[in-house]
Design a protein around this ligand. Structure first.
Ligand code: FPP
Length: 247
């Protein structure tokens, strides 16, 4: 398995936007003969640690895939537990986020979440609205294809109203119609990490990762650490990003 095994001193080329597919909570729990939700609970603690690590590194946006539009297919008890996690997380962590000047953002179909989840999310966004440092961006009830479908619907509506000439649709038109538009100039991740050894994108940020560097690590999300994050950044720094051009 390819991995973030090699490591060394980091240089100043820190990825401005890091996105993470936090995978392996269930397997972490299974290995300990615990229910799957124990893995999600431990995963929440890892979110706290890694938020602070990314902030300390100088990352501008940290996007975390917390719940996908496909995760509703899981058993109802697990879905319910996951829906209560944002409340638990923000109740205990918002003061630390404010102290660290971290602003919370959420992207996804938030209005389709239970009321208590929406409330927790909206309060955290409001409570950290004045923070000017790193953006902690949760993808919650998010799916890359659904996001693109919504963007196409919005663009088509503008065309139908004669507000937009189809010939003038550019990459930028699409960028601006996506859920990451508010993160500009850091809308696209520089580095995408997936934990747990799986090497898939799983419907995450399909448009935005066109030129992202991908790093896969075997560590399960609850075990993911500051040291492992730094190894992933080190891997990123060894890559030669060309964006389709020549170096
Ligand atoms: C994938 O592991 C993980 C999820 C679907 C949920 C991610 C949620 C957290 C890490 C908790 C933090 C959330 C907030 C809002 C603070 P999996 O269950 O698919 O693991 P498996 O592949 O080993 O079964």
């Amino acid at each position: 398995m390819q991995n973030a095994d090699q490591t060394g001193e980091l240089n100043e080329n820190i990825p401005q936007h890091i996105a993470i597919i936090m995978d392996g909570n269930g397997r972490w729990a299974q290995k300990r003969h615990l229910p799957r939700i124990a893995g999600h609970k431990e995963g929440m603690n890892t979110v706290k640690k890694i938020t602070m690590s990314a902030n300390d590194l100088g990352v501008k946006v940290l996007t975390l895939y917390a719940f996908s539009t496909e995760n509703w297919k899981r058993p109802s008890g697990e879905v319910s537990f996951l829906m209560h996690l944002p409340g638990d997380f923000f109740d205990t962590f918002v003061p630390d986020l404010i102290k660290a000047n971290v602003r919370v953002n959420v992207m996804g179909y938030v209005d389709r979440l239970p009321d208590y989840t929406q409330k927790a999310v909206r309060e955290a966004i409001a409570d950290t609205a004045q923070c000017t440092g790193m953006v902690l961006n949760f993808a919650l009830n998010y799916g890359g294809r659904a996001e693109i479908v919504t963007a196409v619907q919005n663009i088509a509506t503008q065309v139908a109203k004669n507000e937009l000439d189809p010939a003038k649709i550019t990459d930028r038109t699409v960028d601006e119609a996506l859920m990451t538009s508010g993160l500009a100039p850091y809308s696209d991740p520089d580095l995408l990490i997936r934990t747990s050894g799986e090497q898939r994108i799983s419907n995450f940020l399909l448009w935005q990762i066109a030129y992202s560097e991908l790093v896969f690590t075997d560590q399960l999300w609850p075990d993911f650490s500051d040291a492992e994050l730094k190894k992933c950044v080190y891997q990123y720094q060894q890559r030669n990003r060309r964006f389709g051009g020549l170096k």
